[in-house]
Design a protein around this ligand. Structure first.
Ligand code: SF4
Length: 409
């Protein structure tokens, strides 16, 4: 099989991994139009480095052959899809060629499991080792880690990769048992634990060998089982706390042709994945707890964002006087982000905060108006029922995507 044919199959097979968050961009190109560039370059996705730069990555699988039969996965053993396998040398060549042509800044490499977990992991490590040691490749490398692999191989992966990730797959132990019976949550967590120990060792002893400087992440599939958002976010919160993950990625389940009956026929609303990312950000950066964000139904609202939903159900905290409030409460006002909360605190050291200051800070005035008091402003609608405010602020329903393949990733 030609290298290009392999690339088409193995880049397409990798698109279901959400760790490179912008890979679901709509297809467009410049054929017959002005301009140049395309979003359809096979396997090119974007990710963010630890210093905040957006980089393009070659995102591929080493192979989509797999011994396992995870029900939600297009590459499962029983799936009737075209299969391909790169050699180590082919992935190295693609990466260096694309890099030298400025198509990519790095590599995101995952794989189905072939022969054994150790054999597969060895192949992944070998790609990274050759890139680093033979080609002196300085770009970003993200390697998916095979949970059952020997910890020595995971340690070797961390020497060459910037980031390692082990997929938790599903939000609950029972769901993993049911839908991915060849996998074990226990083994997945052992692998995460061994990565965390190595990261801690490196943090405590800077002269220790290099180990995954961009840390570890994981991916959870949303909507393949009946878990609600409470279960999903509770699992994420536990993983952040126990394994010091940099990120949990949420990947909306994407039904695949001839899906088994054990998984749903339809994908969850894409807005659900979006709300989970918003809630995840509130957990990591704003000091919210899962129980604060989830209503009794166990699922995040789809029509409004989680911070607005929290504020509407906690009107006792609002309107908040921005000239007196605790800084962490200012950041909880819908429409005020962390940076603007900081700017407001700095401003009020100099003088009283006024309504026009918020407009200058480009806060969303429609959103914040019912929730704040400034030196010259008191909201007229502070006693409006939350339901009225909610209707006024709900986002317009999105047009359904008519081309389901664009919903992937
Ligand atoms: S092990 Fe990975 S590639 Fe194989 S079926 Fe399961 S999820 Fe898919």
């Amino acid at each position: 099989m030609e290298l290009n044919d392999k690339l088409e199959i193995l880049a397409d097979a990798a698109k279901y991994d959400a760790s490179c968050a912008s890979s679901g961009a709509p297809k467009r190109n410049s054929i017959g139009k002005d301009g140049f560039g395309a979003t359809t370059g096979m396997g090119i996705c974007h990710s963010y480095t630890p210093d905040g730069r957006c980089v393009s990555l070659l995102k591929v699988l080493l192979t989509n052959y797999c011994l396992y039969d995870c029900q939600y996965c297009v590459n499962r053993r029983s799936s009737n899809v075209p299969r391909a396998r790169f050699t180590v040398a082919e992935v190295v060549k693609l990466t260096t060629d694309f890099y030298l042509r400025n198509y990519i800044d790095g590599l995101f490499l995952s794989s189905g499991i072939i022969q054994s977990a150790d054999y597969t992991m060895e192949q992944l490590v070998q790609v990274a080792r050759e890139l680093r040691e033979v080609h002196q490749f300085r770009g970003y490398i993200h390697l998916k880690t095979i949970p059952d692999a020997d910890p020595a191989l995971i340690a070797a992966a961390g020497r060459y990769a910037d980031r390692l990730s082990v997929n938790i797959e599903l939000p609950s132990h029972d769901s993993v048992q049911k839908l991915a019976p060849e996998k074990s949550v226990h083994t997945i967590k052992l692998a995460m634990g061994s990565i965390r120990r190595k990261l801690d060792e490196k943090a405590e002893e800077p002269r220790a060998p290099r180990f995954a400087p961009a840390g570890q992440s994981t991916q959870m599939i949303v909507g393949a089982d009946a878990s609600d958002d409470q279960q999903i976010l509770t699992t994420a919160e536990t993983l952040y706390g126990s394994y010091k993950l940099k990120r949990v990625y949420y990947s909306a389940f994407s039904p695949i042709p001839q899906s088994p009956k054990s998984v749903p026929l339809a994908p969850p609303p894409m807005q659900r994945e979006h709300r989970l990312y918003q809630a995840d950000f509130l957990l990591r950066s704003y000091g919210f707890q899962v129980n604060e964000l989830l209503p009794a139904s166990g699922n995040l609202a789809l029509d409004i964002d989680p911070k607005l939903a929290w504020a509407l159900s906690h009107r006792e905290h609002f309107p908040l006087d921005l000239n007196r409030a605790e800084p962490h409460m200012i950041a909880r006002v819908p429409g005020i982000g962390l940076r603007n909360a900081q700017r407001i605190v700095e401003l009020r050291r100099l003088r009283q905060v006024r309504y026009a200051d918020l407009s200058r800070l480009r806060c969303s005035m429609k959103k914040i108006s019912p929730f704040i008091i400034t030196a010259d402003y008191f909201p007229a609608n502070d006693s409006s029922p939350s339901e009225h405010l909610r209707r006024a602020m709900a986002e317009a329903p999105q047009q359904m995507n008519l081309w389901p393949e664009l919903q992937a990733a």
